[in-house]
Design a binder for this molecule. Sequence first.
Ligand code: P6P
Length: 341
Amino acid sequence: MSSQTPFPAKLITLERHIIEGERSHPGATGEFSGLLHGMSLAAKLVWREVTKAGLVNILGRTDRMNISGDVIKKLDEFADQTIYKAMDHLGHLCVMASEENEDLLHIPENYPNGKYVLLYDPLDGSGNIDANVTIGTIFSVYRRVTASGPGTMEDVLQQGNQQVAAGYVLFGSSMMFVYSTGHGVHGFTLDPSVGEFLLSHENIQMPRKGTIYSVNEGNEGRWAPAMQRYIRYLKEEDKETGRPYSSRYVGSLVADVHRTMLYGGIYCYPGDTKNPNGKLRLMYENNPLAYLVEAAGGASTNGEKRTLDIQPTSLHERAPLFIGSAEDMRIAQEFLHGKRT
Ligand code: P6P
């Protein structure tokens, strides 16, 4: 009996999936493939450092804070620079923006400007890095709106409904690359023996309703009464509606939303009396995840309106986030709008 692993009947690598996706869209130029391939390469380079983070001097903090006031971890900084360098020369982008950088990230003059815009959170959940908890990278792609030349703030501050692709990378028990170009959400798991992302979660469809809620309950005292009533409702005993729900909160948005997408339920980061707009960043966290969750059949709002319809006014603005299964989101909205008590 051969000890070799048999060649899988249907070995779909990320590259093949992107190229076949490209072929099924007439007029596609292949620029997309190059852009997504660049992101997958950057992800593997970050993964290489994340997996040995405990062994080399890359854990811990830098002496810098980002524009949002978060302490920048060394691995944050490495991921941020790695993504920029993996993407800056490909010719697909006219500008980038990162959660870790106050201003726009321009394409070096010796490289061509492309027709896309990339926004990214290089290492979401970085507060968990030193404790070896799942963290991840989140990215979002728009088509430029200016005609040519270096990209501008106008190219970046677009509503989330203008995204042409979004995705995230999970650095957890295995490494996953999850993305959508608007035609379903597809998950790939890294096979480290060949260094390839292989299709493992084709066309992810969120359960219409779940039995898990995810929120930092430490903030309960600051929530609006309607939010307090909603979470209290989820804890009441009612077998018909699957209550009480289970509470799961990793503290890494990308991990909490990935679980919500697969198992169903709801993730909430509401505004409160101390932070009226909550903590999460609209452009780097809420919009890309809302794009993916909607493509998987779920929904996302800021408590008032669809996340993807919010008109951004600044690069690092925060927005409340309610994201999850369609039925859970409907019930949450009824509480938040005072239709249920
Ligand atoms: P809290 C990580 O810094 C992050 O932006 C998200 O990944 C995470 O969900 C959230 O903050 C955790 O915030 O206030 O619950 O610690």
